[in-house]
Ligand binder design. Structure first.
Ligand SMILES: [Zn+2]
Ligand SMILES: [Zn+2]
Length: 563
C-alpha cells in the first residue's frame, strides 16, 4: 500500500480510543468534499459517509480524489458499519473504490441504495457489498450505536440527518441540509422528529457549514421553477442548461419549464441518465417526463430543443466542456444559442468554470448564471436556517464540518451566538473526545488523500504520485550506463532530459558521458558489482549537475552483460 502511517506511539496519537465516545473526521473538515466521519463508542467504530472530491490541480491527471482511510482500515475488525446520509458524490462517491479495504455493511435509504448499486456494478462489487436499506425515518442498530434517520431537505432526494444514540449521549449529525418549505420532490423536513430530539437532549451537533456566510434563508426549489420558465421564454435558439445531475427536483423543474415553452428535453452526460434511472426506480421522477438522447435531439428545430448537460463545475470530461470546446459528437452550439448555469460554483472550481464559460463565449453563445437571474437555490443552510436548527436541537456542543477552515471558524462563532456552550473547530485527522457534557481535541490520527488512478487506489503520499508531481514541476532525467564483467563502463553512457533544459547541453569535455563515467569510476571495483550502489552514485552525480536550479526525478538504468 506504500503508505507511512504515523505510529500509535507518536506523542500526538490519541490515548484511550477504546473507551468512551469519540469523533474523528478523516475527510470533509477543512474542505467541501470527500466526507468521511468516524465515531467510536467504547472501541467500536461507526463510519458516516465516504465521499470523493474533484481532481487536485497540484497533481495533473487525477479526476477522482478521496480520503485516505488508513487509520480505520488498520482497525477494520472494530468497524461496525458505514452509514451513507445521501447520494451526493462527496458522501457516497468513494464507497465503490474503498469498500474492499473496509468490508463492512453499508446502511442507507432507498434512493441512495439504488444509486450506490449502480456504482458498485461498475466495479463488479454489486454482489459483494452488503447494502442494508433503511426506510425513510427508520432506525439502524450498528454495533453500540442506535441511529435514527431524520428527513431533512437538500438538493437531492432523501437527505438524512442522523440521531446517533450512545450510552454517553446523542450526537446529531446533520448531513447536508436546508429548510425548504416546498422541495417539490421528496418529503419536507420532519420537524416533529427534530423537536422531539431537542426535547430529549442532544450532546453534540455535527453539521453542514457550506453557506455559513450567506445571510437569510436558503430559499425554495419552487421559486427556481418559476424563474426558469420565464427565462427560457426569452430565447429562440438552442438552450442548454448545466445542472448537478443528482438534483432531481431541478431536473424536473427544468423539464417543466422547457415544456411550458414548447421544448423537448435531451440529456447530455452519463451521470444524468444514471440519476434518471435511479429516480424512476425509486418513484422520484414523474412518469410523464420523457427524455431524448443527445443524438436524437440533433434533428429537432433550434427553438424546440433544450439540453440538460453535466459539467456545471467545469469538469474536464463532462458534457459542457466538450460542447464548449466544439468536441461533442452530438451537440454543437453557435451564435444565438444560450447556456444556463442552474448551479453555483463549489469553492475551488471557479477557474474551471470560468474556462468553460469563456470557451462558450468564444463560440458566440450567451452564458446566463445565477448571478444574472434567480435560477438556483443552494441545498445548504444559510444563517437563518442554522439559527433555527440550533434553536430546535439546543446541543451542548457544536462541531462544524463540511466547510473550509474559514467556514468552520465562522460556524463556531454562529453556534456560540446561538447559545451553544461549546463550539469546536476541527481539522481532518483530529480526534475529539467527549467527556460528560464537555469535549476536547485529544490528539490526531493519520489522514490524507488518495486518488483513483488507472483502476487502482493510490495514496497521495506514495512514491508514484510524488514522482508525478515532481515531474510536473521539476522535469525528469533518465540515465543509462552499461558495465562490463569487471564493472567498467562500456560504451558511452546516455542521459535523456525530459521537460526541462539540459544544463550540460553543448558541453564537450565534461558532458553527460564524462559525468556518468566518472561517477562509476570513482567507486571501488567491488562496489561496482552492486547495482544499488552504482545507481545511487549515478543518481547523485546527475542531481549535482542540475543543482541548485532543478531537482528532477532521476531514473537510472544499469545494463550488464548476461552471465
Ligand atoms: Zn456534501
Ligand atoms: Zn449533499
Amino acid at each position: 500500500m506504500n503508505r507511512s502511517l504515523p505510529s500509535e506511539t507518536s506523542t500526538d496519537f490519541p490515548r484511550g480510543l477504546d473507551q468512551g465516545l469519540w469523533f474523528v473526521p478523516l475527510g470533509g473538515a477543512g474542505e467541501i468534499g470527500m466526507n468521511l466521519n468516524l465515531f467510536a463508542c467504547d472501541g467500536k467504530w461507526l463510519m458516516v459517509d465516504l465521499g470523493v472530491t474533484f481532481g487536485d490541480e497540484t497533481i495533473p491527471g487525477l479526476d477522482v480524489v478521496m480520503p485516505d482511510p488508513g487509520f480505520i482500515v488498520e482497525r477494520r475488525e472494530k468497524l461496525a458499519g458505514l452509514i451513507v446520509t445521501h447520494a451526493h458524490e462527496d458522501h457516497v462517491g468513494a464507497v465503490a473504490y474503498l469498500w474492499p479495504q473496509l468490508r463492512c455493511p453499508v446502511y442507507t435509504t432507498p434512493f441512495c441504495a439504488a444509486f450506490l448499486q449502480h456504482k458498485l456494478k461498475e466495479v463488479g462489487l454489486e454482489d459483494e457489498v452488503p447494502v442494508i436499506v433503511v426506510p425513510l425515518g427508520g432506525r439502524a442498530e450498528v454495533g453500540p450505536f442506535k441511529v435514527d434517520f431524520i428527513q431533512l431537505t437538500h438538493s437531492i432526494p432523501e437527505p438524512n440527518a442522523l440521531a446517533i444514540r450512545t450510552k454517553y449521549g446523542t450526537i446529531f449529525h446533520t448531513g447536508d441540509w436546508k429548510f425548504d418549505p416546498n422541495p417539490l420532490v421528496g418529503e419536507a423536513t420532519d420537524f416533529a422528529a427534530l423537536n422531539a430530539l431537542g426535547e430529549e437532549g442532544v450532546l453534540a451537533l455535527i453539521g453542514d457549514s457550506t453557506n455559513v456566510f450567506t445571510e437569510g434563508e436558503a430559499g425554495s426549489e419552487a421559486d427556481v421553477r418559476d424563474s426558469l420558465t420565464s427565462l427560457f421564454a426569452k430565447y429562440t435558439g438552442r438552450i442548454a442548461v448545466g445542472s448537478f445531475a443528482s438534483n432531481v427536483a431541478r431536473l424536473e423543474s427544468i423539464c417543466r419549464a422547457a415544456r411550458a415553452n414548447g421544448r423537448d428535453v435531451a440529456l447530455v452526460g452519463q451521470s444524468l441518465w444514471r440519476i434518471v434511472e435511479t429516480a424512476r426506480r425509486t418513484g422520484y421522477l414523474a412518469a410523464d417526463l420523457t427524455f431524448y438522447e443527445a443524438s436524437e435531439a440533433a434533428f429537432l428545430p433550434r427553438d424546440k430543443v433544450l439540453y440538460i448537460c453535466t459539467g456545471s463545475q467545469g469538469e474536464g470530461r463532462a458534457a459542457l466542456m466538450r460542447i464548449a470546446s466544439g468536441q461533442h459528437q452530438d451537440v454543437a452550439l453557435e451564435e444565438g444559442d444560450v447556456v444556463v448555469f442552474s448551479s453555483r460554483s463549489i469553492p475551488g472550481n471557479e477557474k474551471a468554470i470560468a474556462k468553460v464559460q469563456n470557451s462558450l463565449a468564444k463560440l458566440g453563445v450567451e452564458v446566463v448564471t445565477a448571478k444574472h437571474f434567480p435560477i438556483h437555490v443552494s441545498g445548504h443552510p444559510a444563517r437563518d436556517d442554522l439559527r433555527r436548527m440550533y434553536q430546535t436541537i439546543r446541543p451542548r456542543i457544536a462541531i462544524p464540518v463540511h466547510g473550509e477552515a474559514m467556514h468552520l471558524r465562522e460556524h463556531t462563532k454562529l453556534a456560540k451566538e446561538c447559545q451553544v456552550p461549546l463550539a469546536i473547530m476541527i481539522e481532518n485527522g483530529q480526534a475529539v473526545r467527549f467527556d460528560g457534557t464537555k469535549a476536547k481535541i485529544a490528539g490526531a490520527v493519520w489522514s490524507g488523500r488518495m486518488a483513483w488512478d488507472d483502476g487502482e487506489v493510490v495514496p497521495f503520499a506514495s512514491g508514484m504520485l510524488r514522482d508525478r508531481k515532481r515531474m510536473f514541476y521539476e522535469g525528469a532525467a533518465v540515465a543509462s550506463v552499461a558495465l562490463d564483467e569487471d564493472g567498467n563502463v562500456s560504451g558511452e553512457p546516455q542521459l535523456a532530459v525530459l521537460g526541462i533544459s539540459d544544463p550540460l547541453e553543448g558541453e564537450r569535455d565534461e558532458g553527460w558521458d564524462w559525468v556518468l563515467t566518472n561517477a562509476v569510476n570513482r567507486l571501488p571495483k567491488k562496489a561496482r558489482r552492486d547495482d544499488v550502489v552504482v545507481e545511487e552514485a549515478v543518481r547523485g552525480a546527475v542531481r549535482k549537475a542540475f543543482a541548485p536550479r532543478r531537482k528532477p526525478v532521476v531514473k537510472v538504468h544499469i545494463v550488464r552483460p548476461y552471465d
